[in-house]
Design a protein around this ligand. Structure first.
Ligand code: ADP
Length: 815
């Protein structure tokens, strides 16, 4: 170097960073000859190239001798400084098949060229790199011909790579979990995406652990020519996989291409693109457990730099989430299937059970009807009992029928539209319901003047009546005073039915759920607590089958309006018989009637005791059950006051009662709350309370007893048992009062006395249970111990309740 005829000053007088390039003056001088003999165009071109901050090159003469500026130096890598003054073809042999023809075109006068993001294999860092360039070749004139090529260029490799990788990641993100179906499918779909970018991912293999985490299997691969020839590769990657999964850390596996040249599919130029792989763990959703591994080939044409590695990590993350999404999807699917199967089983069960119920019910009803029709001299009380039984059985039959219908309806509702005078049908229905509604002290208004009489539409009459009866019966159930309006209108081709009540209303948040099967909005005051929560869902199904629509508008405390809109398809057929639908209407009206509380029943003093039995306050919402219990207790000498709900009970109750018998399931405040309220009130704190519960089982009993009830009776009960137990409690209560008078004569505090009374009662209960003795024997035993130990009866009872065992007495009376 140095000593040539060329100097920096000769070439260029600036003070810019081209100094370094220009130190290679020897090559330039050798190649282009002494500066002073350069043609003017070459001088001018050099003056343009060298000071520029844009990477620029000048290829001069027929051999395209090269000169470039400082800005180009980083782009030429280790070809510098040899590249200065070198022939272009010698400098870029790897890219010359692309570049040569372009330069040739310029030299032969075809004018300038422009290439954008052109792929060029380029060796500048010791390997042939995949590079991309945007550049133009322009002719530099020398006299009348082209003396050289002037090149301005940009290395766009990093942009091209970044865009390409982003695209791949984006595509990976849209792998469809639903289409993939299986975890292996998710891997296959992901690797399919990677196959579109062989330059970044020359090959890829995905391994997944089985459910037991014991086996690892290859589930997808791309870029590997034939799986059959890759046992070595498989073994290498598999053994490395276990380590990677254990450490949850990726690692490079080298040398895998070398012994297996043909394993990898060659690229379009026939080159095998990779001999190393980056093996990454596939990780579960929580991020702390490996579910497999992903081996991604590292391109020989790229340095495995931070960007490349980061890209691979993002790829693995996307594949992991495709796999875990599928796992979640599968789990969800399995859950849904299990639920659906359980649902189907439930429906089958409902169908079978309700079906089975019908046979005995039919027999009972038949027998009852027979007895009822006999012109016998049945005493009136027996006839009433028979009526109660018949009505209750009819109700049971209707419940079973709705269950059966509901279970059937699940699959599909089959409608049989008949030519129907819907105005007349509705009017008849309303007339049938009127007595029940009026017995409930409500007004019933039918407003159907919009519907021309005689106009026939195709309608399933039974379905229509079912819709009407459910809505009307609900209106009665949830309305204690005011009016129920049934409005029927016709708008063009639609029938519009509204059932409006002035009842309790439905809180806004409950409205979306009341059409769900078995759903009953809590806390809405009602006449009765009866109901299965299937009425509205049945209505919704029927309306949907009629191609109609149902909605509700409701304001708590003001009332509700249920609106049903169904298509009205006119028909000329002769109107059909309404009788079958009316049978259903009659049954529904009778059902409603059975639980409507007659005004007379509420708070009614049902008659004087026929013997010395006490006064009982009966709290029961079901009309028939109330009448039955009243009858039963009166027959046993009780004076019965019957009320329909807990609020009425709290109003009616006073110290004059000997016993409260209350149902647990009551509309509004339930029986358990009533017990608590009675226990809180000093005047009723010691009153014996027996709860009637339909829910058998220790929890419901415990709930009642915990609240302070003295006993519970599970429905259905034997009348004898009910009477026996109420009598026991009456006598027990009297005994306790007597004992209290004797043993606690000095107890001034009424509250303490009441507590004592209850405590002694509880202690006697324990003794009765433990020793299988009667209550008077229990009391005697307690009194005995109290005398022997010279302790107050109350203290003895206290200890027994507390420890569950009798305190030992002096005489050793311990059992
Ligand atoms: P059920 O009457 O047997 O409880 P439904 O399916 O007929 O069942 O009604 C579901 C729930 O919707 C009822 O439990 C009640 O909470 C609410 N509901 C229905 N109709 C009315 C109404 N007219 N007023 C207030 N609440 C109502």
């Amino acid at each position: 170097m140095g000593g040539g005829a060329l100097s920096a000053d000769d070439l260029f007088d600036g003070t810019d960073p081209t100094q370094a390039v220009l130190r290679a003056t020897d090559w330039v001088a050798t190649a282009l000859g002494p500066v002073d003999r350069w043609p003017g165009e070459l001088h001018a071109a050099v003056r343009t190239v060298l000071p520029s901050r844009v990477p620029m090159l000048l290829w001069w003469g027929q051999r395209l001798t090269q000169l470039y500026n400082d800005a180009f130096r980083p782009l030429i890598g280790n070809k510098h400084p040899r590249a200065i003054g070198q022939d272009a073809a010698d400098c870029y042999p790897e890219a010359w098949p692309e570049l040569g023809p372009l330069a040739e075109k310029v030299l032969t006068g075809a004018g300038a060229t422009y290439s954008r993001d052109l792929y060029l294999p380029y060796e500048r860092h010791g390997y042939v790199e995949e590079t991309y360039w945007t550049f133009s070749y322009s002719p530099v004139r020398a006299g009348h011909s082209v003396g050289g090529v002037f090149i301005a260029c940009l290395d766009t490799t990093s942009q091209v790579l970044a865009e390409r990788r982003l695209h791949i990641l984006h595509e990976l993100g849209s792998v469809s979990v639903a289409e993939a179906r299986t975890t292996a499918g998710a891997c296959l779909a992901s690797l399919d995406v990677l196959a579109g970018n062989r330059r970044d991912v020359p090959f890829a293999l995905a391994y997944l652990l089985d459910d037991s985490d014991a086996e690892l299997s290859l589930v997808a691969s791309v870029g590997v020519a034939d799986r059959a020839v890759s046992p070595w590769l498989g073994a290498t990657l598999e053994s490395a996989s276990w380590k990677v999964m254990r450490l949850l850390r990726a690692e490079v596996v080298s040398g895998i291409g070398a012994p297996l040249g043909p394993v990898f599919e060659p690229d379009e130029h026939g080159a095998t693109l990779a001999d190393r792989a980056f093996l990454l763990p596939l990780i579960d959703q929580a991020g702390d457990r490996a579910i497999g591994t992903l081996a991604l080939g590292i391109s020989r044409q790229r340095a495995f730099d931070d960007d490349y590695q980061r890209f691979f990590e993002l790829v693995a993350r996307q594949v992991s989430s495709a796999v875990t999404d599928v796992q979640a999807y599968q789990a969800e699917h399995r859950r849904a299937e299990a639920l659906a199967a359980a649902d189907r089983a439930k429906t089958r069960f409902l169908q079978n059970v309700s079906h089975e119920f019908r046979t005995p019910l039919t027999l009972i009803l038949g027998s009852l009807a027979e007895v009822h029709q006999e012109p016998s001299d049945l005493p009136p009380a027996r006839r009433t009992a028979l009526d109660v039984a018949r009505r209750a059985t009819l109700r049971l039959e209707r419940l079973v029928n709705s269950l059966l219908e509901f279970a059937r309806g699940e699959s599909d509702v089959q409608l049989r539209p008949d030519a129907t005078d819907v105005g007349a049908l509705t009017a008849e229905f309303v007339a049938m319901f009127r007595p029940a509604v009026e017995r409930a002290a409500l007004s019933l208004v039918l407003d159907a003047h919009d519907v021309a009489p005689g106009g026939l539409v195709a309608l399933d009459q039974e379905a229509w009546v079912k819709v009407l009866s459910n809505l009307l019966s609900n209106a009665v159930k949830f309305t204690t005073s005011g009016t129920i309006t049934v409005r029927l209108g016709r708008e063009d081709t639609r029938l519009v039915l509204e059932v409006v009540d002035t009842g309790a209303g439905i809180p806004a948040e409950e409205i979306p759920r009341i059409f769900d099967r078995f759903y009953r909005a809590p806390g809405i005051p009602a006449r009765t607590d009866e109901g299965l929560g299937i009425g509205l869902s049945l209505v919704a199904e029927l309306v949907a089958a009629m191609q109609g629509w149902i909605g509700v508008v409701s304001t708590p405390g003001i009332g509700s309006t249920f609106t049903v809109v169904v298509p009205a398809v006119p028909t000329d057929d002769p109107g059909s018989d309404r009788a079958p639908a009316m049978r259903h209407a009659r049954a529904a009206a009778a059902d409603t009637d059975s639980w409507v509380g007659s005004a007379a029943a509420t708070g009614q003093r049902a008659g004087e005791a026929t013997s010395g039995a006490g006064r009982v306050l009966l709290v029961e919402d079901n009309g028939d059950m109330r009448a039955y219990l009243t009858h039963l207790l009166q027959g046993d000498g009780w004076t019965v006051d019957a009320v329909v709900d807990a609020e009425a009970a709290l109003e009616a109750v006073d110290a004059g009662y000997d016993l409260v018998l209350c149902d647990v399931m009551l509309p509004g405040m339930d029986g358990i709350e009533l017990v608590r309220a009675l226990r809180r009130t000093p005047t009723t704190a010691g009153l014996p309370i027996v709860v009637l519960t339909a829910r058998a089982g220790p929890e419901s009993a415990a709930e009642g007893l915990e609240a302070g009830a003295d006993d519970y009776i599970v429905k259905p009960f034997e009348p004898v048992e009910l009477l026996a137990r109420t009598r026991v409690h009456l006598e027990l209560s009297r005994l306790r009062t007597y004992a209290l008078d004797q043993a606690e004569r000095r107890a001034a505090n009424l509250e303490a006395a009441l507590t004592t009374n209850r405590q002694i009662g509880a202690a006697i209960g324990i003794l009765m249970h433990q020793h299988k003795i009667t209550e008077s024997q229990g009391f005697e035993l307690l009194r005995e111990i109290s005398q022997h130990t010279n302790r107050k009866l109350r203290d003895v009872a206290d200890e027994l309740v507390f420890t569950g065992a009798l305190p030992p007495d002096d005489g050793g009376t311990s059992r």
